[in-house]
Write a protein that binds this ligand. Structure first.
Ligand SMILES: NC(=O)c1ccc[n+]([C@@H]2O[C@H](COP(=O)([O-])OP(=O)(O)OC[C@H]3O[C@@H](n4cnc5c(N)ncnc54)[C@H](OP(=O)(O)O)[C@@H]3O)[C@@H](O)[C@H]2O)c1
Length: 285
């Protein structure tokens, strides 16, 4: 089952969701969200930086699925970090989404006034407009700094995570601090090389399932929350249809063995800190 994982604040997050990064055709974004909810998804992952919060909100409202069943995530961009700026940015996100509360609000990047933004997010939890708060792209030292002053602990860290990049330093720290690892680029951004790896192709043949389903099943069995992006209705349906098979210990080990020091995206920290807080992102209608 796409059963939930209980977060450290008691909320429950579905294990597989839909990501909408780079889906800037608002009609496509809206219909992908509705298609996913119709197919049984209950987790949708957007961000201020994706510019499509309004379309996500329209897709959710059009679906007819009870809002309380849906786990809606969005993220603040560093240009909006700061106690007062982030309070305004949260109000803006709530207005654009127009779906009542936000289930999970993340700091998108560890750059700029992180502690000021976190304070605004804690206040939003107190006021009930946001239910859970977390981070994205935070490493061990970023989390150490945040945990030293946070009143509310982050519930997830959304990070690049796939068979090629298994975050060896971060995962044990997250487990120790009861922070769930949520995988972005769960399919390596659709990497043909990854999907053609013999370990994945062999498991795919053994179970009669696609290579993508094998990778998503690997995430499931490793305990990660995965948010594959797709705008293709057939892909959307098959990406959540991974409950009725299980990879063997040998198949898991063979996929684990693909891991190396190979993140696909790496931005130098100095560049992140110098550039990201300087701009705010215009939103789509
Ligand atoms: N926090 C962050 O900094 C951060 C960064 C990047 C991403 N994210 C989040 O993570 C989500 C996923 O990342 P991503 O979209 O970049 O990469 P991804 O989910 O790893 O891969 C998406 C690619 O795989 C293809 N695909 C999906 N299902 C498929 C299937 N069943 N068969 C064949 N191809 C399939 C998609 O094409 P089709 O659309 O044609 O199916 C798309 O090209 C994003 O949407 C976003 O929510 C967060």
């Amino acid at each position: 089952m796409n059963a939930n994982i209980v977060l450290n604040d008691g909320a429950a997050i579905p294990r597989t969701g839909l990501g909408v990064f780079l889906v800037t055709d608002t009609a496509v974004c809206e219909s992908s969200v509705t298609t996913a909810l119709d197919a049984g998804y209950r987790l949708i992952d957007t961000a201020n930086a994706y510019r499509n919060e309004r379309a996500v909100g329209r897709g959710i409202r059009a679906s007819g699925v009870d809002r309380e069943e849906i786990f809606l995530t969005t993220k603040l961009w560093p240009g909006d970090y700061g106690a007062r700026k982030s309070a305004d940015a949260i109000r803006g996100a709530l207005e654009r989404l127009d779906c009542g509360h936000i289930d999970l609000l993340l700091l998108h990047q560890p750059a700029g006034d992180v502690l000021g933004a976190w304070k605004a997010m804690e206040d939003a939890v107190d006021s009930g407009t946001v239910r859970s708060i977390g981070v994205s792209n935070f490493d061990v030292s970023d989390l150490d700094r945040l945990l030293a002053s946070a009143r509310i602990r982050p519930v997830v860290d959304q990070i690049e995570l796939h068979p090629y990049w298994q975050q060896p330093a971060l995962l044990p720290y997250l487990a120790e601090n009861e922070i769930v690892a949520q995988a972005w680029y769960p399919l390596g951004h659709g990497s043909k090389r990854l999907l053609g790896e013999p370990a994945i192709v062999e498991a795919s043949a053994a179970h009669g399932r696609s290579a993508v389903q094998v990778v998503l099943r690997w995430h499931r069995q490793r305990g990660f929350v995965a948010i594959p992006k797709s705008t293709n209705p057939a892909h959307i349906a098959s990406n959540i249809d991974i409950d009725d098979f299980a990879l063997t210990d040998e198949q898991m080990a063979a996929i684990d063995a693909l891991g190396g020091n190979r993140p696909m995206v790496r931005m130098p920290r100095w560049l992140m800190s110098a550039v990201m807080p300087r701009f705010r992102i215009p939103q789509l209608p």
